[in-house]
Design a binder for this molecule. Structure first.
Ligand SMILES: [Zn+2]
Length: 275
């Protein structure tokens, strides 16, 4: 069978409060998360390791067997409380994209209201995840929309977060996940200048060899997903065939991020947005 691609799953918080209203959309309930990870294990998925990501994306070599890359954005306490144990028991690690200005603190931005029972991880907790094999990468410093920032502010966001994580963990940071999935060509240029190798978008679809290294796809998993939609997303990369067809057109047009900038700025009605 030909290589089927790698689902890169994008999670945020794990919610054990039972409050799964739409405003908490990006959290996934503890029960659902457990069921999803156990399904991946039962189906024979293995984690994609960092070195393998390099050989897939840079050298174009598909890995052996079924692989999955589990990612979390922001850095919630619930990852330490629940995700670490569930993933470890099933043979998985994860990549955490951390916004470094909130370490150990409650989230003070309105955007984080949906998880106001949660707080961000402390360095001790982050070190435990790192020691368990999790890769800790950058999600910027202040978790801001980078398309609205001037060059100097973008440089600060991408360099400060990288150096803070490297100093605290003593391990290199080479990947960035765009806050809100928002990116422009200017942001990509600054990531390259700061020494990053990869950046993750929230464009749906699976990861294939020689994927665009600063626009890697991720499939968002949220609390609207049933087990059926989760399986559809993991196996096809999309929630439905029509979304998949639209996304493939997007990938061709947005292959040049300068073209994306132009469309989003001058003819936004023809754009695809950041999802
Ligand atoms: Zn985020």
């Amino acid at each position: 069978m030909s290589f089927q691609g790698i689902p890169v799953l994008n999670y945020h918080a794990i919610d054990n409060t039972g409050n799964m209203s739409p405003s908490r959309n990006v959290s996934v309930s503890l029960a659902s998360f457990k069921e999803q990870v156990e399904w991946l294990h039962k189906e024979g998925y293995k984690p994609l390791m960092e070195e393998e990501l390099r050989s897939v994306v840079l050298a174009g070599k598909p890995p052996a067997g079924k692989r999955v890359l589990v990612t979390f954005d922001d850095g919630y306490l619930s990852l330490y409380e629940y995700a670490l144990d569930i993933l470890s028991r099933n043979g998985f690690t994860a990549t955490l994209f951390l916004s470094t200005s909130f370490i150990g603190k409650p989230y003070e931005q309105n955007d984080f209201g949906f998880v106001n029972h949660d707080r961000q991880l402390t360095w001790d907790e982050i070190k435990t995840l790192s020691a368990a094999g999790w890769s800790i990468q950058s999600h910027g410093y202040n978790h801001i929309r980078l398309n609205s920032m001037d060059t100097e502010a973008i440089i600060k966001e991408v360099t400060l977060s990288k150096s803070i994580i490297e100093q605290n963990l003593g391990k290199p940071v080479h990947s960035f996940a765009f806050p809100y999935g928002i990116y422009t060509n200017k942001v990509i240029q600054q990531l390259k200048a700061a020494g990053y190798t990869f950046a993750y978008s929230v464009h749906s679809g699976k990861l294939f060899p020689r994927a665009s290294k600063f626009q890697l796809p991720r499939i968002e998993i949220n609390n609207m997903d049933t087990m059926d939609t989760f399986i559809t997303k993991v196996t096809t990369g999309y929630i439905s065939p029509s979304i998949g067809r639209r996304a493939k057109v997007r990938d061709i047009i947005y292959a040049n991020p300068a073209v994306k900038d132009f469309i989003e700025r001058f003819t936004p009605m023809f754009g695809f947005g950041n999802h």
